[in-house]
Write a protein that binds this ligand. Structure first.
Ligand code: EPZ
Length: 437
């Protein structure tokens, strides 16, 4: 993504007494992206997707599918994908570089068309993110893979079902191989798969297309490939990471905030840690909203969280995408917290920015040592990735004075209308064009 584009917006955040009100959870970015890629398994058919968030990354995947010949239309939260009889099997570099999840077109293309040319994703600020497990699985299914000039060239007459063991429960590899298996001959069993809720959402879509997908207990999926698919319609699950961002905004400002359209089991890891930290909250059944539950956080008399220790792990462990958010919340705890990052080795880049706001964080190998301070000061800080940006906004809300969070484009990739949603619960925030100097 061009650096000039990155620096177009900043968010002014004034520290507040406490937030108050209700906010609704958007559809999940990390469920919608693989589901959109799966439409490439269709031929002359249609996929309708409801509850799709309005995000930069969704636009990028839309551009990619359009570049391949899919006709994509949108009416509010519903997107329609009209897939022609034939598509281009090339995923252009400029789009894959913009968003790694573009490499999720590899599995459906090579499975459905026997050919795919996809740019290698390139570097990422949170750590090295290879796709070797994606490729290894495709080779096991009979694909021929060549790397040339920064592109993956994959080809296969017809992928064959087989047993695949993933060396790591990678979300992307699980999704790519599930889509590949959907159109392979026979049965594929993928073991040590990711167990994130977004995987189940994709499995439901594949079933909607007529593919037989059975979850064989935790971490194992059995897929019987088909020769034909059918039109399908599905709803994107709520975004558990976005929901937790607003829950923590309430916690960090000692506010009374209710987040609607939450699936409690999807955020168990965070709720368990909030309990440990002494946060008062409740999970409420709420009629009329998608998932049917809400989480309400209540003002915390002591106003200080108890220190806690966290290790990020694949689901159902504590999600790495919430790591920067919970670290921001622990900057004002009543003691020393430890947060260990086990998925992405460079995911503490934002800590220096929090220290600019008066936090006291040391990074020792893959662990953040967070000594609670009494207060944070507003400052000019810069987002280094999507979740880091959100963490800096939360810290700004819990600070004295005004902060300016730069590189908001990172945040737009995963948060819909974040400024309006925060203002709706009493935040004093405003988006401004960044100085172009
Ligand atoms: C998905 O990324 C999410 N992105 C990420 O969310 C999230 O952080 C990550 O899963 C982990 O939960 C989307 O769903 C679009 P992985 P993905 O493959 O699929 C290693 C956000 O903020 N690995 O599960 O790329 C890898 O290096 C984003 O919304 C290999 O070694 O994650 C990492 O250490 C950021 N080889 C670990 O596995 C592979 O072939 C987890 O990666 C694949 C992965």
């Amino acid at each position: 993504m061009g650096s000039v584009f990155l620096k177009m917006y900043k968010m002014k955040v004034r520290g507040v007494a406490s937030l108050k009100g209700r906010v609704n959870t958007q559809g999940a970015k990390n469920a919608a992206l693989p589901i959109m890629a799966s439409c490439l398994l269709l031929k002359g058919q249609k996929m309708i997707l409801d509850n799709v968030p309005n995000l930069q990354d969704i636009d990028t995947m839309t551009d990619l599918l359009r570049a391949m010949g899919v006709s994509v239309s949108r009416d509010k939260g519903t997107m329609t994908f009209d897939v022609p009889e034939d598509v281009s099997c090339e995923a252009p570099e400029h789009l894959v570089r913009k968003m790694r999840a573009s490499s999720l077109v590899l599995g459906p293309l090579v499975a459905r068309y026997g050919r795919a040319v996809v740019s290698m994703p390139g570097g990422c600020s949170i750590g090295s993110r290879p796709i070797d497990l994606h490729l290894k699985g495709l080779v096991k299914m009979g694909a021929k893979i060549e790397m040339r000039n920064g592109f993956v060239h994959a080809s296969a007459k017809r992928l064959r079902g087989c047993r695949i063991y993933l060396d790591f429960p990678s979300v992307g590899a699980t999704e790519n191989l599930m889509m590949a298996a959907a159109f392979a001959t026979g049965e594929t069993i993928i073991e040590n798969t990711a167990r994130e809720p977004e995987i189940d959402n994709l499995a439901t879509v594949l079933r909607g297309m007529g593919v037989k997908v059975d979850a064989e207990g935790a971490g194992c999926v059995r897929i019987r490939g088909v020769g034909e698919t059918q039109d399908c319609r599905e709803r994107v699950i709520p975004d558990r990471i976005e929901a937790c961002t607003y829950i923590l905004a309430g916690v960090m400002t000692g506010g009374e905030v209710t987040v609607d359209d939450v699936v409690p089991e999807h955020i168990d890891a965070l709720l368990a840690k909030l309990e440990e930290a002494g946060v008062s909250f409740s999970v409420l059944p709420t009629a009329g909203n998608g998932a049917g539950y809400s989480v309400a956080v209540y003002p915390n008399i002591t106003k200080k969280l108890r220190p806690i220790s966290i290790k990020t792990m694949p689901f159902p462990g504590f999600p790495t995408d919430m790591q920067p958010l919970i670290v921001a919340a622990l900057t004002k705890s009543s003691g020393v917290s430890l947060v260990e990052e086990n998925l992405f080795q460079a995911r503490f880049l934002y800590a220096g920015e929090l220290n600019r706001m008066g936090a006291d964080i040391d990074i020792k190998n893959n662990t953040a040592v967070i000594r609670g301070v009494n207060s944070l000061d507003g400052a000019v800080v810069a987002a280094t990735d999507l979740r880091a940006g959100a963490a800096l906004i939360l810290a700004g809300l819990a600070s004295e004075g005004e902060s300016s969070v730069e590189n908001m484009e990172y945040v737009f990739r995963g948060y819909e209308n974040i400024d309006a949603k925060l203002r709706a619960i009493g935040a004093d925030v405003a988006l401004e064009a960044a100085d172009q100097s």
